[in-house]
Write a new protein. Structure first.
Length: 245
């Protein structure tokens, strides 16, 4: 006579539990992937940045003195400056995920040694053609700002920037005739935005723009004209105080 073994209820329940325990990890491993995969570069509270770029130098310098308007000096053709690499040192403090306090410093220093190809007037002094001159131009800028990332995800964000730029520009000119210098300092407000995208967890692409605009059309709405420096100096009586933007 053949006997049949029927498992008890307790033994059957234990087998089912064991089967579920082995199936759940496998489902977690081969099922849907975890959606949250934050970028490595966003896990910080203090960030240090070194930016390097090679701009195409294009600028003019003008300085008047003693009521004599200076000539516009092209820093390449007149002063002999050449393009060079610019560096920016930046420190970012991030107390919260969407809030950042930014400090940046950009030192710019150019020098030239040329023989004048034309007569120029600088600081009220005339320097004649054929005169050898040596110049050094320094322009240091501090940027103090705040950034708020109003759209923030694991792999990208979009932010708003408000900052103040503290500039200090100085040009020194030396020649056998005379040594002259001019200097300009002051704060400049700026606003802008920033976008950063992580194609993969360890690589980011960032685009940033800040600036300001002078709305000169507000000064000419009633038909008034904007005076050039030479026109201002020809006013009679001569102004004792001139405000500039």
């Amino acid at each position: 006579m053949r006997s049949v073994c029927v498992p008890s209820a307790a033994r059957l329940a234990g087998a089912i539990l064991l089967l579920l325990a082995t199936a759940l990890p496998a489902r977690a491993q081969y099922g849907r992937p975890v959606m949250s995969d934050p970028a490595v570069g966003e896990n910080y509270h203090i960030e240090g940045v070194l930016n390097l770029w090679n701009p195409d130098l294009n600028a003019t310098i003008e300085s008047e003195s003693l009521g004599i308007v200076g000539d516009k000096l092209d820093i390449k053709t007149d002063l002999g400056y050449v393009d060079k690499q610019i560096r920016e040192f930046r420190l970012v403090l991030r107390p919260a995920k969407k809030h950042k306090f930014r400090v940046a410093y950009t030192p710019i220093d150019y020098s030239g040694d040329v023989i004048l190809s034309r007569d120029i007037i600088f600081n009220g002094i005339k320097f004649t053609v054929g005169l050898p001159i040596q110049t050094e131009f320094k322009w240091n800028t501090w940027r103090l700002g705040y950034e708020y990332d109003f759209l923030y995800h694991d792999r990208w964000y979009v932010g708003f920037i408000a900052e103040a730029r503290i500039t200090d520009a100085e040009l020194m000119l030396q020649s056998p005739v005379d040594d002259e210098f001019t200097r300009a300092r002051g704060p400049i407000p700026a606003i802008g935005g920033v976008v950063r995208v992580y194609p993969e967890r360890h690589t980011s692409i960032t685009a940033e723009f800040t600036g300001f605009k002078l709305f000169f059309h507000n000064d000419t709405k009633k038909g008034d004209l904007l005076l050039t420096p030479a026109e201002v100096l020809r006013l009679n009586p001569r102004p004792l105080y001139i405000q500039y933007q």
